[in-house]
Design a protein around this ligand. Structure first.
Ligand SMILES: *Cc1c(COP(=O)(O)O)cnc(C)c1O
Length: 342
């Protein structure tokens, strides 16, 4: 047993911090092998692996939270397992069975229990399941060998100064994903496609970019690596599009919105509708909700402003979901899984 560690949990960034172990498993000769424990941060990889050449790679992101009752909880991990299978099927990789996914994430957390941040620090343990084509191939076709692994890393609170609205930049000269492409699955290629406009938005002074639908350039798609939502007239509205990645956070916020008496609509959201929202936000595992204060349209120079304080509904949605994850209120939808013995 390793000793306790001295980390300034409240000031950890959302970045990579080394932990003790990761878990790995290979798909070879048509079947998954044993789950192995490794203390190496490196992966030996064939130079002709399809992940490196043709982007056969998918990942997941979820968190383990130390609760008020000192128990460690995972949030809706079955949804991550399902989504990784969709991602795998979408680019012809071997999908990890749910049981393997479960065993891997639980083992990765337990082996690194000393890195689960204490309750009250705002920090959590981020889990990164990763699946990629590890077998060699030179022609463009799927690999016959795959590696599935899970590593974990403690991450700090997303908003150090509290839950504060951000400014984002609407772009028309880049698309994240094609209408019938891979936007709906969590594959690395989508992130590569979004890097240029995202970095440019940061250089322009914005927290993130807002992408439009790639076909007509009329409708809101995604807010960088997060789903978008707007709230008006007692309704939570989130875009419907084939190129949007189905966010588990968004799915959960839609349910909480219903629970607190909001109507929920999942439909196309035209650019013109943006200025009619009373509140707007981006949602995902990392921050739960990034409340949006301004949307700057890079090509017209126009800004839509929602204000410098998060809206009442956004705040309620955020605090409710957070309280469920931290075991502060009753988990009425059975979203959390308590990890015993840590
Ligand atoms: C992962 C991801 C999200 C957020 O999904 P969560 O399950 O809520 O973390 C949103 N958009 C994109 C493009 C993503 O990759």
């Amino acid at each position: 047993m390793k000793e306790n560690i001295d980390i300034d949990w409240g000031n950890l960034p959302f970045g990579y911090y080394p932990t003790d172990y990761n878990v790995r498993c290979y798909f070879r000769n048509g079947k998954w092998g044993e789950l192995e424990v490794s203390s190496s941060e490196y992966i030996p990889i064939h130079m002709a692996a399809t992940a490196l050449h043709y982007g056969q790679e998918a990942f997941e992101g979820l968190k383990a939270y130390r609760g008020k009752d000192d128990k460690v909880r995972l949030f809706r991990w079955e949804e991550n397992a399902k989504r990784m299978q969709h991602s795998a099927n979408g680019i012809l990789m071997a999908p990890p069975p749910k049981e393997l996914f479960e065993k891997a994430i639980k083992k990765a957390v337990k082996l690194n229990a000393r890195f689960v941040p204490p309750y009250g620090t705002g920090a959590s343990l981020y889990l990164r399941p990763l699946l990629f084509g590890s077998g060699p191939q030179v022609g463009v076709k799927p690999a016959t060998e795959y590696m599935f692994m899970v590593f974990v890393t403690p991450v700090g609170p997303y908003f150090k100064e509290g839950f504060k609205p951000v400014s984002i930049e609407l772009v028309r000269d880049f698309d994240r994903a094609a209408p019938l492409g891979t936007g709906h699955i969590k594959v690395g290629g989508n992130y590569a496609a979004g890097m240029y406009p995202s970095q440019r938005a940061h250089a322009d002074g914005f927290a993130s970019v807002l992408f439009l639908d790639a076909l007509e350039k009329k409708y809101i798609d995604e807010a960088g690596p997060a789903n978008f939502f707007g709230i008006k007239d007692g309704t939570y509205i989130t875009p419907q599009s084939k190129s949007i990645l189905p966010s588990i956070t968004n799915m959960s916020l839609e349910q909480i919105a219903k629970d607190i008496g909001l109507k929920v609509e999942r439909r196309r959201v035209a650019i013109e509708e943006l200025e009619t929202f009373e509140e707007a936000g981006a949602c995902g595992t990392a921050a739960i909700i990034s409340s949006i204060g301004n949307i700057y349209d890079r090509s017209t120079g126009k800004t839509i402003t929602y204000g410098d304080k998060p809206g009442a509904y956004s705040t309620k949605l955020y605090t409710t979901l957070r309280a469920i994850q931290q075991g502060e209120i009753e988990d009425t939808h059975n979203w959390t899984t308590v990890l015993e013995g840590i």
